[in-house]
Design a protein around this ligand. Sequence first.
Ligand code: SPV
Ligand code: MG
Length: 545
Amino acid sequence: MTNQPTRCAQLRQLLHSPQLEFLLEAHNGISARIVEQAGFRGIWASGLAISAQFGVRDSNEASWTQVVDVLEFMSDVTRIPILLDGDTGYGNFNNMRRLVRKLEQRQVAGVCIEDKQFPKTNSFIDGEKQPLADVDEFCGKIKAGKDVQTDTDFCVIARVEALIAGWSMAEALRRAEAYRAAGADGILIHSKLSRPDEILEFAQEWAERAPLIIVPTKYFSTPTEVFRSARISVAIWANHMLRAAVESMEQVSAHIKAQETVADVEHRVATVNHIFELQGAAELSAAQDRYLKPASRTQAIVLAASRGNALRELTEDRPKVMISVGGKSLLQRLAEEFKRQAIGRVVVVAGYKAETIDVGGVEVVQNPDYANTGELTSLECATSRFEDDMVILYGDLLFRSYILRDLLDSPGELVVVVDSALEGSHKSGTPDLAFCSRADDRSLFREPVRLLRIEEKSSSSAGEKPSGHWIGMLRARAQGRQWIAQALAELHSNGGLAQLTLPDLINHLIGTGREIQVHYIHGHWLDVNQLDDLDRAWDFAQSHS
Ligand code: SPV
Ligand code: MG
């Protein structure tokens, strides 16, 4: 709960404030918010502007419920009071009653009704031809509105159109007094002259019997000080947001049409981010954090710089990751796996024929020296993109979805996926043999297992049985990510980074005391190194899609 006065009370305070107050027009949610952010203490929901933003005339062409719908949006996004320009009340006393109820339900602070007949038209169009309302009938409408309001501070303002319609000052004053006596909370005296003479004379005669409101659209050049000295309560700038928007839209649309580009319009229009601000996007993000399951904050780094020489002509015009398997490139398949696990950010380190990588939603960074360097140089190219948790993997992997899902769930700052199915090797290249602190017992409730080292088959320690193959997939949480960045920097300063591989990095991490956990799997993956692998990949893709 807040101690802020209700919007009705705020409007009443404005009417009775000892100083001149201002309302600025708004005609939809975003303009209302802009008016509030500009520091105004109240909004004029102009009939002219609301009808114009619908593209219709200010002649009750928009229905009153359509107007109220607009007000609901305006009210929802603001906290300052809104005074509705309610035309003639959209009918007789009974329509007025229903209007007031609907406005109060939407926290609109007040309504101004004018003493013309339904359907009215704008006062600046043939003002003199528009018949005025019968005074008694109009007083009944005011009374009906006041009787039905539930918040005592809701304001009914009576607008006197006598001067617009060519009647005398005496008639204007007679009407204003009748409306005050009927219960109006304030009088709006309107004039279409380009000088303020009429309203100043009226104000003098009126002598502050009730708050006086003016709309200086035509006598706009009058210094505001003049209104202050005349003891006006509220001045309404009645249509300037609409006119500002129209002017800007006309200029920008003409410019875009003529130039056939938006390039030099960019600096003349609000940024998209500013629009997001006005829409309150930040609040929604904060609410999502409170109410939604936490979004995955994991990114994928895909190493995809190599050509894949063993695939010969298939990689003549594209890197290995862009080879199609069953109608989709390997990288596309990977991107879909990431999507499945809600991994929103995918960074692909490309090198050979990098320009041919056109998979939607991935960020491509280049290893310009891919021909003379290896995996760690590629990984280093992506370090500026390191953030959140990461999965680092080779771009030529195909695997069943649960492998990545389970890896993301497995604990540890650094976790490698090791396939314990040594017998039917799934790896066609040089297998990276993983030596671990214990073998895979294939139970669901396994003890934590540490990685001891990775060795290429060729250099495998005689006699010692490896625990499996590292499949080329590594997961790093925040701390692990820092360890990797640090290890890359160390290896870089040692000089030999260019020829090193991911297993070299992993072994370096272990050598410097970092603990790497093992997540065991048993098959259900493969990588594509040779032409033969493509048939197996095709089978794999078919059976797992
Ligand atoms: C409006 O803003 O719709 C008004 C003021 O009623 S005026 O257009 O000056 O009549
Ligand atoms: Mg109007």
